[in-house]
Write a protein that binds this ligand. Structure first.
Ligand SMILES: Nc1ncnc2c1ncn2[C@@H]1O[C@H](COP(=O)(O)OP(=O)(O)OP(=O)(O)O)[C@@H](O)[C@H]1O
Ligand SMILES: [Mg+2]
Length: 251
């Protein structure tokens, strides 16, 4: 059982208390939701977990091991993968290559040497491409394998990004608005993939504004407002919490 735990985590930007004393747990085997109005600190929290931003105060641990002194690469190697609120792919590279890059979490050898098929790594590359194809199938991307990722429709680029994150076989998967801009049908089909990943043992944290999507998918939901946690519990508990209602109406 993997547990990512935040204890009294703070990160301020000048006078802005982006994250202001947040404690929460993200456990394996379930999808945990993180919601809150615009600017409430959700992406900052993900960046703190991923080691992209330095933690001001508090601690973040994965199975008891502190992550806060680690670089983003080191956090990734510990098994924490993430997607970005704004898509970040190699637009010229094929969909398959974009996903294969995700396998390199454990690699110390230069990534691009391997992708270019240098002799020492050809067999490894072939195996990774097979695994990459399996992931593409899982994310409904099989037919786009050779297409430049930048040429795909937005929703499909998001899928590529998620497949790449999953390629590293992370223990923890952080998804920052993975279904933003998708219709309900697309969102639900991705939600089913997230639920399956959780059933297979991953700890999944999903940031999302669509509360119906969160209610269907998440067993536990945390609500941020102004950098502070104002509620947590089951989606049903959280959605009827007066503080949550007020935060959303006020926002
Ligand atoms: N690098 C930064 N420098 C200064 N202020 C920042 C920085 N990053 C975030 N902030 C501020 O911190 C607060 C929280 O921002 P954050 O992006 O975490 O919110 P969010 O909940 O992800 O919002 P959204 O729903 O719009 O994505 C905002 O007031 C934002 O302007
Ligand atoms: Mg955000």
């Amino acid at each position: 059982m993997t547990v990512l735990e935040l204890r009294e985590v703070k990160r301020h930007f000048g006078g802005v208390k982006a994250v202001d004393g947040v404690s929460l747990k993200v456990a394996s085997g379930q999808v945990t939701g993180l919601i809150g109005p615009n600017g409430s600190g959700k992406s900052t929290l993900v960046n703190l977990i991923a080691g992209v931003l330095a933690v001001g105060e508090g601690d973040i641990t994965l199975d008891g091991k502190s992550l806060i002194k680690l670089t983003a690469d080191e956090v990734a190697r510990c098994g924490v993968a993430r997607t970005f609120q704004n898509i970040r792919l190699l637009p010229e590279a094929s969909v398959l290559d974009n996903v294969v890059i995700g396998f390199y979490r454990h690699e110390r050898s230069p990534l691009y040497a391997s992708l270019l098929g240098l002799p020492s790594s050809r067999r490894e590359t072939r195996e990774l491409r097979e695994q990459g194809r399996a992931l593409l199938a899982r994310f409904g991307l099989a037919e786009y394998e050779q297409v430049p990722a930048g040429g795909l429709a937005y929703g499909y680029q998001r899928r590529v990004e998620m497949a790449r994150a999953v390629a590293s076989a992370p223990q923890v998967l952080l998804l920052d608005e993975p279904v933003a801009g998708m219709n309900d049908v697309e969102a639900r089909s991705l939600g089913q993939i997230f639920a399956q990943l959780a059933r297979e043992g991953m700890a999944v944290l999903v940031i999302e504004h669509n509360t119906r999507f969160v209610a269907e998918l998440c067993s536990q939901v945390h609500v941020l407002d102004g950098g502070r946690l104002i509620a947590h519990g089951s989606p049903q508990e959280v959605m009827r919490d007066p503080a949550v209602v007020a935060a959303y109406l006020g926002g």
